[in-house]
Write a protein that binds this ligand. Structure first.
Ligand code: ZN
Length: 65
């Protein structure tokens, strides 16, 4: 099951949500302040820390548009 990370536009906190595809993302709320429509950010599956490049991350073939 995919886990997505979101950043609240209001308080700036980052939180993770396990998101079922059929639920969509528009009903999300910040767990800290209740602000809706958080900004989706990259999953930590592709490590920010950069210690080991993961072949499953697509290595540059897929990018944000
Ligand atoms: Zn918030």
């Amino acid at each position: 099951m995919p886990i997505y990370e979101y950043r609240c536009r209001k308080c700036g906190r980052i939180f993770e949500k396990i998101q079922k595809i059929e639920e969509g993302g528009d009903s999300l709320e910040c767990p800290y302040c209740g602000e809706r429509r958080p900004e989706k950010i990259l999953s930590s599956f592709c490590s920010f820390k950069g210690s080991e490049p993961s072949s499953s991350c697509g290595s540059g073939s897929t990018r944000f548009t």
